[in-house]
Write a protein that binds this ligand. Structure first.
Ligand code: GLV
Length: 309
């Protein structure tokens, strides 16, 4: 059995090769495009280069080295019948929970305002924001978003979730489908984006949908930059319709130095770090799924090619 690994980051690529070889000693694991990686049975990929799939006509499954698969499906050369599998949590949910809790607690604790006051040596107590004054809405409540919604509810927030299909999460009011999106947005003060990027979700958060948020409202995007229309976001901030935005993901990454997000006083930027892939637990998961596939057993995490996630 042969496994090919392709990843633009050399350290990550080597780590994946080592981690899979240690777990599957019967396999030959090689990083692509080394000649011995051609014609693999399985592949683990992050942003695969053009031509990757043509070089692997016998693949039995391709694993994304992350939770998202847009980096993989956007090329359009992934054979239609090839099973595509995404990582399920693998240590990412805990990181996402921490990032999102931090972003929401900063709002409750008025952190931006106190930091601005400190710059002016200003000692002034501000009215606190009560948890009960804020509804947090998590858009996308799958493997990661569901856990973030649950953790925020456990931390005492009123939490709404929204997904394409019906979900049940203890302590979270779950809405679904296009018809319930406007009422979800109209009740959401802190909108946390955790949905996958697909043809249906590109620029889902546009001027019209931002205008549905109540006041005050904030945006946290830990999913994909292209879910949001950047111009509409800037306009909403400048018009006072949105108090602030915490953005970890961008249409173009790295975010270009001249991009207005960097210097906007009410935008906080982090460089796509809300949930890093942890290679060791991820390799455990991939190796386990490869063994199951070899035994002809079903696996979870398979991407529905028609829905794009
Ligand atoms: C990161 O963005 C991922 O999809 O895991």
């Amino acid at each position: 059995m042969k496994i090919a690994v392709t990843h633009p980051d050399e350290t990550a690529r080597r780590h994946w090769v080592r981690a899979l070889a240690a777990r599957l000693p019967e396999a030959r694991v090689a990083d692509w495009p080394a000649p011995e990686a051609h014609g693999a049975d399985f592949a683990v990929v992050w942003k695969p280069p053009a031509g990757f799939f043509a070089a692997h006509p016998a693949l039995r499954a391709v694993f994304s080295a992350g939770a998202g698969v847009d980096h993989l499906l956007r090329h359009g050369d992934v054979p239609a019948t090839l099973p595509v599998v995404r990582l399920e949590d693998a240590g990412m949910a805990r990181q996402m929970i921490d990032y999102c809790l931090h972003a929401v607690l900063r709002i409750v604790l008025r952190a931006d305002a106190y930091e601005a006051q400190q710059r002016d040596a200003c000692w002034r107590e501000l009215a606190p924001v009560a948890r009960t004054d804020l509804t947090v809405g998590v858009l996308g409540i799958g493997a990661l978003g569901g856990q973030v919604a649950r953790a925020l509810a456990a931390a005492g927030f009123r939490v709404l979730g929204h997904a394409r299909s019906p979900h049940r999460i203890d302590g979270v009011e779950c809405l679904h489908g296009d018809a319930q999106l406007p009422s979800f947005l109209a009740r959401t003060h802190v909108l946390i984006l955790m949905a996958p990027l697909t043809d249906d979700t590109r620029h889902l958060i546009d001027a019209r949908r931002l205008a549905l948020l109540p006041r005050p409202a904030w945006l946290v995007n830990v999913a994909r930059g292209a879910l949001v229309d950047a111009q509409a976001l800037l306009a909403a901030l400048d018009a006072g319709a949105l108090e602030g935005a915490t953005l970890d993901v961008f249409d173009t990454e790295p975010l270009p130095p001249e991009h207005p997000f960097w210097r906007h006083p009410r935008i906080r930027v982090t460089p796509h770090v809300a949930a890093a892939t942890l290679v060791e637990p991820s390799a455990d998961q991939v190796a386990d799924k490869i063994r199951r596939l070899l035994r002809g057993e079903p696996i979870t995490g398979a991407v529905g090619r028609d829905r794009g996630y």
